[in-house]
Every structure is written in C-alpha cells, then in structure tokens.
Design a protein around this ligand. Sequence first.
Ligand code: MF3
Ligand code: CO
Ligand code: CO
Length: 289
Amino acid sequence: MKIGRNDPCWCGSGRKYKNCHSGFDKRIHDLRMEGHEVPTREMIKTPEDIEALREAGKMNTMVLDYAEQFVREGISTEELNVIIDEYTRKLGGIPAPLNYEGYPKSVCISINDVVCHGIPDEHTILSAGDIVNIDCTTIYNGYYGDASRMYCIGEVSEARKKLVQVTKECLDLGLQAVKPWGFLGDVGYAIQQHASANGYSVVREIGGHGIGRGFHEDPWVSHIGRPGQDILLVPGMVFTIEPMINMGKPDVFEDEEDGWTIYTSDGLPSAQYEYTIAVTEDGTEILSR
Ligand code: MF3
Ligand code: CO
Ligand code: CO
C-alpha cells in the first residue's frame, strides 16, 4: 500500500509521511535499485516497539544476572532451569523456550561439545573444567528479549578459557560492525575474521535472528559473511547476534533422539555469546546481554 505524502507516517509518529520517514524510504528504495537486499517494513520497529523490546530485554538480562549466583560445580542443569523459570515468572515475564516448537524446558544450557539448544536435565551436573552456555529468552508484554553467556566451572584449561574469551570478542566485534546504512555481511565478516585468526571455526547452520513480537523473525543473521553483502541495516532493525565458535571443525549435528541438542561433529568444545541489539540512528543499542 502506497502512503500519500500528507498521510500519517507508517511509524506511528503521527507526523505527515513527507515530514517523517519519506526520505528514509527513498534511501532504502535507491539502495534496492542498486541491487542490495533491503529490509521489509516488518523488520523496522517503531519507537514504541523499541521501548517494549527494551523492557523485555532488560528483564531477560535481569534473569541471567540472577541465575549467575547458582552457576557452580555440582548443580544440575534442571535445577538451573527451575530457578530461571521461577524468577522469570516472579518478574512478570514468560520463559519463551518452554513449549516453543515442542521444546520441553524454559532455558537452553549447553556444555562443552554441545553447541546450543542443550536441554536441562536432572542428571546433567556442572563439573569442574566445563564451559557452559546459558541461553535465556523472556517474553514481556508480548515482546521478546534473548541473550546468552558463558561460564567456566572450577579450574578450566587455558585452551577452553581462551575459546570462551575469543567468542565474547567475536560477539563484540560483530556488534561494532553493525552500522546504520551498513550491511549484515559486515557483521559475519568481523566475527569470522577474529575466529579464524585464533584458529577457530564458525558454526554456519545456526544464526541469529530478527526479534520483536516473534521469537525468530527475519532476517536470519549469519556469523560468516562478506563486507557490503547481505541485507542492508537501517535504524529500527532489532536482531540477535549469537556466534557459536568451535575449537575444531565447524561441522555440527543434531541429536536424533531429542531433536534439539546440537553437538560438534569432532567432539571438541564450542562456545557462544548472544545479545539482542537495535540499530539506531548513530550506531547500536544493546537491548539484552
Ligand atoms: N534462545 C535460542 C536463540 O538464541 C533459541 C532457543 S529455541 C529453544 O535463538 F526452543 F530451544 F528454546
Ligand atoms: Co538465545
Ligand atoms: Co537468539
């Protein structure tokens, strides 16, 4: 549907389109004509959406902050699942993973060679030497916040500690590569360069995602890429960056029994960090970390 120049802007500002997003839309149109993939209207959030995503993201960050004190040798991943489920609900949120496409728990906890989507279990106990990812997603007021962090349990080898450190750096370099009117390929390129400079590989099959009133929206966010390629980034886009970095080969496989758990094919460890971020007029804002 074409908006008239004097009609109210699609962003909900109440201003006339010609005085609001018409120049913005023209800039996107011109880049599309130059051959770039450009975001659809659904990928561009209004200021009201962003405020709601900020609240959901903040709550998700609070849940991860709270869970941290319980992450130590001897606790089961199921105990952490219960702690996270109960605290999320206490804050007025909903743990998004529970029943998402049949996922059975309220959080993903992935240890060592589990790349992501590890299912909490009473028999899975955190042990000294483990590297562990906790991936929390919270729904608040209909909007999603999604983030994950790594933990080293007890004495961890230097090699594993370095993998965790470099993975965090990959996320931060990916974030720094996000520029309004830049391209998503810039992000994957930054991540891939830093991983390979350290002798690591990047998981290709699983990526980040747009996020809003839906858990996994477009665009799909690759953690490998080429500068200036992939979709155009514009202010108002909200997505996750969540690189999975492997100590060995990039290949992964899915557990046939549970249909969720992703493992490295070579059995070597993998690490992951995730933020939910918004593209702003002059850079980025981290909505959940
Ligand atoms: N939180 C994961 C992500 O970052 C998705 C987990 S899906 C689930 O996208 F069903 F396993 F929870
Ligand atoms: Co996540
Ligand atoms: Co995510």
